[in-house]
Design a protein around this ligand. Structure first.
Ligand SMILES: [Zn+2]
Length: 372
């Protein structure tokens, strides 16, 4: 897996956010904490990483870009920068011992996960201009961890910058959020993603186009589709499942469909070259991230059917090539039932995101879809 890029010019899309970050680098007017928000795979970690590179670089260019040649840049490119720290949650939560030492660290925790901030924050950087802490999933901070972090963010040493990543601003505890400069990242357009897959990753044009469409604005997701054939297959299998649901009657085996959904939801996505990778799985089986991705696929399929039911042009759909089954579902289910189905999927998706039991959630989802 390639490492994350260090230049803003390597980032696909997000022009507005990059302009703001470049300006901060050039002017030196850097906030102590930033909150990057956006969907999984939209590029939060990539953007944060390039920003960290530019912040730490000893000789940034007049455009606010990392130089790529100084000691700091070279270390980062080799993936061993001791002053740019990535903190990923342990299991499904970021716990206080990950930030500071001495809070009953579990034996299986990795050494580099323990007390990163506590161990390093009081030392001025040696290789770069700043120490940067990237918290990859700030929405998982426990209250204790967030409160403890808050004290540091309120009065950090002048050289420290915190970059927090989360799906939405509301996902981060208010007291933390209010101290961060917000950098929202929005979906990137299909054409830009397709071109990027072709020119940067050498993906064959037809495949690139399909991956860009399915990715729905998230370059990281498009990259996963292009490089992991099983992710693309999964998306097709979920279309089959959605079609089965649209054909099913009240007596259909909801629990069986739920089980099918769980067995399909095994592919998680990482952002391009994300060294932290997808969140760890709790034992074998479906991860929460994989289930969210699977639900996005179901959602896209039903939205396509609704689009067709409303008389939309088939060029506007995500599931190109599946028009026949989508038309059948749109006439079988009708606009109102399709809207209810979408509501149901989004409802359950929110519950899964909010740590609901995955098995229960999928069962409720199927029962509600079949009876709606
Ligand atoms: Zn540099």
């Amino acid at each position: 897996m390639p490492t994350l890029p260090i230049f803003f010019s390597q980032v696909v899309g997000h022009e507005m956010a990059l302009r703001l970050l470049r300006r901060a680098v050039v002017s030196g007017d850097v906030a102590h904490a930033y909150l990057f928000t956006g969907a999984a795979g939209v590029g939060k970690h990539t953007v944060a990483h390039t920003f960290a590179a530019a912040l730490a670089c000893l000789y940034p260019t007049p455009e606010g870009e990392a130089c790529g040649e100084c000691d700091s840049c070279r270390r980062l490119m080799h993936g061993s920068h001791p002053e740019i720290h990535t903190i990923a949650p342990y299991s499904e939560q970021t716990l206080i011992w990950q930030l500071w030492d001495g809070h009953s660290v579990p034996r299986e925790a990795k050494a580099h996960q323990v007390g990163v901030i506590g161990r390093t924050i009081h030392f001025a950087p040696q290789f770069g201009r700043r120490s940067v802490y990237i918290l990859t999933r700030a929405e998982t901070l426990t209250e204790a961890a967030a409160n403890s972090l808050l004290k540091t963010i309120e009065e950090p040493p002048p050289y420290a910058v915190f970059l927090l990543l989360a799906p939405m601003p509301e996902d981060v505890i208010e007291t933390i959020r209010s101290r961060c400069q917000w950098v929202p990242l929005y979906p990137v357009d299909n054409h830009t993603i397709g071109e990027w897959l072709i020119t940067r990753h050498g993906v064959e044009p037809l495949l690139a186009q399909r991956c860009a469409l399915l990715a729905q604005g998230c370059p990281g997701r498009a990259w996963s589709f292009a490089t992991q054939p099983q992710a693309l297959k999964l998306w097709d299998a979920l279309a089959d499942l959605a079609y089965a649901v649209s054909e099913a009657r009240h007596t259909a085996p909801a629990l069986q469909l739920a089980e099918q959904l769980r067995s399909l939801a095994t592919v998680d996505i990482a952002e391009e070259g994300d060294p932290a990778g997808p969140p760890p799985s709790k034992g074998k089986g479906t991860t929460r991230g994989a289930m969210l991705l699977a639900m996005d696929a179901l959602c896209a399929w039903f939205r396509d059917a609704l689009w067709i039911a409303c008389g939309g042009d088939s060029r506007g759909i995500v599931y190109q090539g599946d028009e026949q089954r989508l038309s059948r579902a749109s006439s079988n289910m009708g606009v109102e039932r399709l809207m209810r189905a979408l509501d149901t999927i989004l409802d359950v998706r929110r519950a899964v995101e909010g740590n609901a039991n995955v098995q229960l959630a999928t069962e409720v989802l199927m029962m509600r879809l079949l009876s709606s």
